[in-house]
Structures are given as C-alpha cells and as structure tokens.
Ligand binder design. Structure first.
Ligand code: WT7
Length: 631
C-alpha cells in the first residue's frame, strides 16, 4: 500500500484536487481505514458558530485502526520501542500484537472500575510505555483522555481536572529525568485536594518510590491487571465523538481545553505523518517530543500507529548522561526518520562536535523540526552535522488546535529553504490577512496567518466553553480560523512563520500566555502588579521576562525574587519559570492606564535605542527606571 505522494508534481496535483473537490479528496484518504459504518456526509461546516463535522455519521474506533487493523499483516512488527532514561538499561519493544494486548488489558481495568464512554480521564505520567497504553486504553473504551504534561504543578493539574470534570486519574509512583528521581503520585495527591470529581486513581508502579495510597480511591495497576482480560471489544464511536482534550495557553485567561474528535483526527494525523516524513514500511521513526504535548499525541502515538510504523518513545533528556544521547539512540535503533525541536538543536550545537561524530548516523534519511521558528544557524547545523549535508529537513508548522501538520515540505520532494515551512499540505488553505482582515494576494509580503477552509484535524471546540472557541479563533477575522501567528510569503509563495502576534510566548516550543504567568506572580502577597513579556533567548527561542511592582513593606529583593519564582512553579510548573525577574517601582502606562508592552519588550530585548515617542505616556520617567534596572 503506497498512498503517499511521490513527487513535487504529484503534490501539486493532489493540492489542486484537495482544493477543488475537498470532500472527494478526503473521502479517498479515509477509505483505507476500518469503519464500522461508513459516513453519510464527508463535510459540513460553517466558521460562524463555528461548527465543523467530518465524516458525519461514520462509526469507528481509532484503536481498532491503530492496532487490530495491523495484526494480520504486521502482528510481530515492533510498534513501540521504548528507550529508558538510563542509557545503560535495555530498551523495551512491543510488537503490534503485544501492544494490542497491553491496551486491551488496561482498557478492561478501566472498564472494570466503571469508566464509561464519554468520561474524562486525566493522565499524568512520565514517558513510560504505560502512558501510551493509557492513552489508547481510553480511546478503546470511548473515554476522553486529557493528558497533562509531567512538568506541570499540582495547581495546574487541578485546574485541568476541574475544567473537564475528570472522574478518573492515571499516574505513576515516580519518574526519572536525567539524574533525578522525582515525585509524580504525590503531585497528583496535592492536586486532588482541590478537586471533587475524581473517584479513582490508577497508579503504575515504576520507580518504587514510596507513595500514600488513599483507601477506596487509589489502586495499583499491577494488582488490577491480575483480574483483567486481554480481550476488549472496542467501543463504537461516532466520527465526531470526542477523542481527547489537550490544554493549551492563549493570550487571556486560564489554558483552554482544545477538543479533537475521532474520525477527522484519525484521517489527518495518518495522512500528514505518511506524506511529510515520506514514511516507508520498514522505517524506524523517532519523535523526541513528550506525549504531554500535541506533537506526542499526533506523531508519537496516533499518526505512526495508524500507519503501522515503528515509533520510538524516549523517557530521558537530550543532554544526559551527555549531549550525545540523541545520537547514541539514533545509532542504537538505526533511526531513519528523526523529528525534534529547534530548542534541542540549539542546545546541542553549542557542545563539542565529538558528541555527534562518534556515533554512526548513517541510518538517517529524513530530519524534522517542530514547535517554533527554526533560525538559519540551527537549520544549517542540523543539515550539515546530522543530515550529512544531504538529508531533507521538514520544518513543520502547526498547532495544538490544528491537530496535525499544516505547512511543511514533503521530504525529498518539496523545495527547502532554511527557516521556511514552505508550502501548505493538501487540504490546507492558508491565507495572509492585513490588519483589516483582507486577504493579501501577492507574494513577498507579511500578514496574519489564517486558514479559510476546514481540514479534518482541526479543533471542534474548547471544552465546556464553545463561545470561547468562537471568540479566540473565529471572531477576529470573519470567515477564517485565525492562528495567532504572523507569517511571511516569499516571492515564490513559500511560507515562513515568524511567530505569535498575540500575548503568547513560546519557550522551548512550549506555549504560555503572559497573562497566565502574571496571574501566578500576582498570587504573591507582596506583589502589586506584574507584566510579563518574551525576549529572544539563544537556546529556548524565547525567554520569560517579568517586571514586578511590589508593595511598600517589601522584604529584601533577592528573597522576593526567589519567592516569585516559586509562585510560578507552584501555580503553573517548572516549565514556566521566568528567566529574569526585575523589581520596579512603576510600569510604563498609557494615559488610559494600559501597560506599554511594546516598551517592556524592547527593554527586555536590550534594544533601548528606538523606543518611539514616550512623551505621551502617563509616566515617562518609568521607562528610564526600567532601563537602568534591566537584568
Ligand atoms: C505555535 C503552536 C505544533 C506542535 C508544537 C507546538 C509555533 C510551531 C512552528 C514552526 C514556526 C512554529 C507557532 C504556533 N510553531 N511550529 N515550524 N515554525 N513556528 O504546538 O504549543 O500549540 O504551539 O508554535 O507560533 O502557533 P503549540
């Protein structure tokens, strides 16, 4: 079965077809899957409500497509290769048959505990195989998974559990990360003090860390497995039933639960996986992301398993025990397709080249990048040192909300240009808008990046608050899905996504709203007001810069800064710690009292030469003060 685009000409033809006859196009991609009942209608949509339905009336279970569908042909083929944190320890491989039975077993454990179709299950776990089993076990029985990244704090978990009213949590005792052994279950216990919807917590024993088990609420996975069968009939789902919720930050308020549904997400994640990476049957594929983010959902679990691929899951970090860890894994498993983030490349390129050259990277065929704009220097280093100056790099632009890759080269077929995600995939209709919402037709321009037609993997709503979804994505520019990104189109029509145009910062490929971090800082009793902005950071892409006004009875500054940092760790997690915290007497404001973020950004950047006219400010003297105190 080769339903993969084989040349740039074919891409152009496919693209044409996907625009002229989108329904026929996507129906032809959906046909290969196992449907319990075929859809009645391929697409119904409007971007006003918004309401988008793909493969309406179709019935299926996505795990039947990830697992059962492959058993006859590839039952013994490795589905998941798990590479542990400890570089000396053996990897573990699960064939499609084995993965099938692990998933069915866990699905039965959930069913036995009363989890039903439509229930929300929060998964908070390290990158161990049981995390993948848990995700698929939920999908098997029609429960909605909400995976929370392991770097989030108890408060952040509680917010997410409460927003979705989860009734069940799956976690582990502890986790390893580099040389550290960290608590996991303990963090869940802390979170659950603030939640009243959860009745059961399933705990996977992994690090043997001592944990408290709450009677009647908590139970061990290894105990429950004993009475669970390996046979599990998949729940038959509607194509538009919710598959999962994944929380992501925006410019205002708390993170929102992006909702993805079953049929469209399935078709889209598989199609994009196969075509962007030009996946071939024997390839070993490795995406270094964490399953706590959308990249892990779509391109560690669903996309690759739907395509019947071998997908590597790595528990550890790129720099431990040394900065050659990625390349050691590539050599060990003879990885063919390697997909990582610019931040990882930037961190590794500062180290001795020895860490790369001592490993045999000859298996590599395709390199990928995701999460943030990749700067030319990093692109070139990746291409020259990992790609032997000849491998294609696919710079994939997409978002939690898009479900899958939207703009990207197809490996070996599309033109490449450092820093450019290049052309939209078939079925994707991006546009650049000017400030008034008019489409800019010409090339060689910049604008706001929007999409004017639905694609199967797009979000359907934000959980429990459809109006918020409408306001966030469909209101700014009528008739379009607005991405929040600014982009440039070069004279040849290639896209370069420049970055966010809203108050969202991208730190090492992780999204945070400035308001979200400000709210965490505001929780400190001595903080009067805080303003957070992003600034260019050599490794992280963007760093977090916090300006904080504290009350008069303020304690000593160093102590306060420490406590503010802890406040962020407590409310969001270590992943959102500010890089710089500056205590200030005042923040520059307009006459109407609005904080002048533009000036704060400039100062954080260290560019104070051209601040524009500040004389109209309410308090122009505040500007010099923040310049003088700059960290
Ligand atoms: C934001 C989405 C998509 C999975 C990981 C991040 C930025 C993502 C690229 C790229 C330039 C990129 C955008 C986007 N972004 N990929 N290849 N080039 N920018 O998912 O957390 O939802 O963040 O990441 O700004 O809006 P996310």
């Amino acid at each position: 079965m080769t339903n993969r685009i084989q040349s740039f000409e074919e891409y152009q033809k496919e693209y044409e077809k996907s625009i002229n006859e989108p329904e026929a196009f996507w129906a032809s991609k959906a046909k290969q899957f196992t449907w319990r009942k075929e859809w009645d209608k391929v697409l119904e949509w409007n971007f006003d409500e918004p309401k988008v339905e793909w493969f309406k009336g179709g019935k299926l279970n996505i795990t039947e497509n990830c697992l059962d569908r492959h058993l006859a042909e590839r039952g013994d083929k490795p589905a998941i290769i798990w590479e542990p944190n400890d570089a000396e320890a053996d990897a573990r491989t699960y064939s499609y048959k084995e993965l099938h039975s692990e998933v069915c077993t866990m699905a039965n454990v959930l069913r036995n505990q009363g989890v039903k179709k439509g229930d929300r299950v929060c998964i908070y776990m390290p990158m161990i195989p049981e995390l993948a089993f848990a995700v698929l076990a939920c999908a098997r029985i029609g429960a909605i998974h909400s995976v929370v990244f392991g770097g989030f704090s108890a408060n952040a978990i509680a917010d997410r559990i409460n927003d979705a009213a989860c009734s069940f949590v799956i976690t582990s005792d502890g986790m390893y990360r580099g040389d550290k052994h960290l608590a996991v279950k303990e963090t869940v216990d802390e979170a659950l003090k603030k939640c009243n919807t959860v009745d059961k917590v399933l705990v996977v024993k992994y690090t043997d860390r001592k944990v408290d088990m709450v009677a009647a609420r908590d139970f061990w996975y290894h105990d429950a497995v004993a009475s669970a069968s390996q046979d599990c009939q998949p729940e038959v789902m509607d194509a538009e039933d919710i598959l999962f919720i994944l929380y992501t930050s925006g410019s205002t308020g708390k993170p929102k639960g992006v909702v993805h549904t079953t049929g469209g997400y399935m078709v889209y994640s598989e199609y994009t996986f196969r075509n962007v990476f030009q996946y071939e049957e024997e390839d070993i594929y490795w995406c270094t992301a964490d399953i706590g983010w959308i990249t892990g959902h779509s391109y560690i679990i669903y996309g690759p398993l739907l395509a019947g691929a071998t997908t590597i899951m790595f528990e550890g970090v790129p720099t431990w025990p040394d900065p050659g860890r990625f390349w050691q894994i590539v050599e060990r498993h003879k990885v063919n397709i390697f997909y990582t983030a610019p931040t990882a490349i930037r961190a590794l390129m500062t180290r001795k080249l020895d860490f790369v050259t001592k490993h045999d990277l000859s298996s590599l065929k395709v390199l990928g990048s995701v999460g943030e704009p990749i700067n030319e220097e990093a692109w070139n280093w990746y291409r020259n040192n990992i790609g032997k100056n000849e491998l294609p790099i696919v710079d994939t632009w997409w978002q939690t909300e898009t479900g899958g890759i939207m703009i990207s080269p197809l490996a070996n077929h599309s033109p490449m240009k450092p820093g450019f995600a290049t052309y939209p995939l078939p079925g994707v209709q991006p546009v650049l808008l000017d400030g008034d919402g008019n489409e800019i037709e010409e090339n060689g321009v910049e604008g706001y990046l929007a999409v004017k037609f639905p694609w199967p993997g797009m979000l359907r709503t934000t959980y429990g608050d459809h109006e918020r979804c409408r306001r966030t994505y469909f209101e700014t520019y009528k008739g379009y899905y607005f991405t929040g990104d600014g982009a440039r189109r070069d004279p040849q029509g290639l896209y370069r996504v420049i970055g966010r145009v809203d108050d969202v910062i991208n730190v090492s490929g992780h999204r945070f709203g400035t308001a979200e971090i400000e709210n965490a800082i505001d929780e400190h009793p001595h903080v009067v007001e805080a303003a957070v902005v992003g600034f260019p950071h050599d490794i992280k892409g963007q760093g977090i810069y916090a300006y904080v006004i504290c009350s008069e009875d303020c304690m000593d500054e160093a102590q306060l800064i420490k406590e503010i940092d802890q406040e962020v760790v407590k409310h969001i997690g270590k992943v959102a710690r500010p890089d710089k915290i500056q205590i200030v007497d005042d923040l520059p404001k307009t006459r109407s009292g609005k904080i002048m973020r533009r000036i704060l950004r400039k100062v954080a950047e260290g560019d104070t030469s051209n601040l524009g006219d500040i004389t109209t400010l309410l308090n122009p003297e505040a500007v010099q003060e923040i310049i003088d105190g700059r960290k």
